[in-house]
Structures are given as C-alpha cells and as structure tokens.
Design a protein around this ligand. Structure first.
Ligand code: AMP
Length: 283
C-alpha cells in the first residue's frame, strides 16, 4: 500500500493502473476509520482491482462554529487499517494541495441540499459536492462508494454525477452499526459513557419505526411520533423527518413510495445523524 499526498503523484500512480486496465474503486473519507468506512473498502475490493481511500478533513464543509479543528485525526492508524483491509492507495493530501490560495470555484447543489442537514448546516453540501467533484477528477475512479449513513450526501452526490455527466458509478453501502445499534461514526469518540448510553435512543427509535412500518403502518405522523417517544434522552433534536427517498421532500401521507426517516440530534455537544429506509415499490 502507498500513501500519496500530492495530486501529481496520485495521477502518475493511477495512470499506470488505468493503462493496465485495472478497475479503480474510490472511497472518500475524512479519516479516523472505523468498520463503516471499511465496509465501503470491502465493497470496492469485491468489484474493483485497485481501491483508493482518500483521507481529507475537508475545511469547506465545516461551518465557522463546527468541529473542524477538533475533528479526530490519526493517519498512522488509518494507514494500518487500510493496509490490513487491502487498500492499494491512501490519498492523504494537505489542505493546500486541495485548496491552493487562488481557489474560488465551487459546485452548488440544488433542492436536495435544502432540507434536513442542509437546513442546519448552511454551505455544508456545497463544500461536500465541491470536494467530492475535485477528488473524482483527481482519482478518476470507475466506481465510488458512499455510506447510507449520510443519506442526503448520497442523494446529492448521485444527482451531481448525473447532472455533470461524470462517468462514475456511485454505489451506496448500508449503515454499519455497533452491536447495540448505534451507527458507527468517527464522532462517536467524543461521547462519554453516559452520552454513549443516551445516544442509543436514536437507533432504538428508528428500529421501532422500521418494525411498525414492516407490520403495515403507513401513517407518516404516527411513525414519526413512534420515533419521537424514544428520543427523550437526547439533549437537542435538530430534525426528525420522513422524506421521500428520491426528492428528500416531506413524504406523502400515507406512505406510498420508498421513504427514509432521517434524524440529527445532539448528545452533549456531539451532533449525530442516522436514518432508516422504509422501502415500498416505487412506480
Ligand atoms: P466520513 O469519514 O464520516 O466523511 O465518511 C466517509 C464515508 O463513510 C461516507 O460515505 C460515509 O457515509 C461513510 N460512513 C460513515 N459512517 C458509516 C457507517 N456507520 N456505515 C456505513 N458507511 C459509513
């Protein structure tokens, strides 16, 4: 496995792989890897010859009062985990390599970036779409892997790839959870034991809704209320909403198309997101 920090070197190494007709899989991350990230690597390894993981804490997707400076970082550990997982290339550039001094061009996502996290993190998805597009241009993968954990991000990246005719297949990988249900996240390390316990009500609420949905409940308000009952252990609920899985607009009541129950909440000062898909045949 190689760790590369410059775009020039990355292009050189991947040009060779491409010339040898290797299929290139790409997993963009902000590092501090966990089993959720490694599930994306596994999905890539199953279908591609060469897997590239980027590790870049992208400053343009953080708001002024968010956790950019404290976001957990451990490149040595990430390299070891990547090596063990069969990654061929770790791309770990400095911020200057991605955003040189004169940088001023951004990708502006549309309606999909407005609800849910977009409503609470202005500019977040502009930063995400921009860095993902830049990384796509640097790596030029055949396939790129994203986690369903960031459901809105997946929708925006798929839209961007279609709108900009990017010749990249986008694959979404299901959420990987801790044995007790908490969705894995690099930010879970911020939680003390009490917060970790209280955070569990998020997945409990989502699972309860998934059960009731499976038993036939289709009423959006009833399903939302079921989740809400669980969330009393959280310090601040940002949103809890059932949205249409394609448009991310509020789902029609009663549910007739695939929807997702999405939530974001604070436990202490840690913001956690999670979701569950409520699948229906979509005409
Ligand atoms: P991050 O490093 O948090 O930006 O995440 C990098 C990629 O890993 C994104 O596509 C995330 O959706 C995905 N990811 C993060 N946590 C999980 C998880 N628990 N299960 C599956 N994918 C995840």
């Amino acid at each position: 496995m190689q760790t590369i920090t410059t775009v020039a070197e990355l292009r050189r190494v991947l040009a060779e792989a491409r010339k040898a007709e290797k299929r290139i899989g790409f997993v963009p991350t902000m590092g501090y890897l966990h089993d959720g990230h490694l599930a994306l690597v596994e999905a890539s390894r199953a279908k591609c010859d060469v897997t590239v993981v980027s590790i870049f804490v992208n400053p343009t997707q953080f708001g002024p009062n968010e956790d950019l400076s404290t976001y957990p970082r451990d490149l040595l550990r990430d390299e070891q985990l990547s090596r063990d997982a069969g990654v061929a290339v770790v791309f770990a550039p400095d911020a200057d390599e991605i955003y040189p001094a004169q940088f001023e061009s951004f990708i502006e996502p549309g309606e999909l970036a407005k609800p849910l996290c977009g409503a609470f993190r202005p500019g977040h998805f502009r930063g995400v779409a921009t860095v993902v597009c830049k990384l796509f241009n640097m790596v030029q993968p055949d396939v790129a892997y994203f986690g369903q954990k960031d459901f809105q991000q997946c929708a925006i990246v798929c839209r961007m790839a279609a709108d900009l005719n990017l010749p990249i297949e986008i694959v979404t990988v299901p959420i990987v959870r801790e044995p007790d249900g908490l969705a894995m996240s690099s930010r879970n390390r911020y939680l003390c034991a009490d917060q970790r316990r209280r955070a569990l009500s998020i997945s409990r609420g989502l699972f309860d809704v998934a059960d009731k949905f499976q038993s036939g409940e289709r009423d959006v308000e009833k399903l939302t209320a079921i989740a809400k009952k669980h969330l009393t252990t959280l310090d601040r609920l940002q949103y809890l909403e059932i949205v249409d899985a394609d448009t991310l607009k509020p789902a029609e009541n009663p549910l007739r198309r695939t929807a997702a129950l999405c939530t974001a909440a604070y436990v202490g000062s840690t913001r956690l997101i999670d979701n569950v898909i409520l699948p229906l045949p979509t005409s």
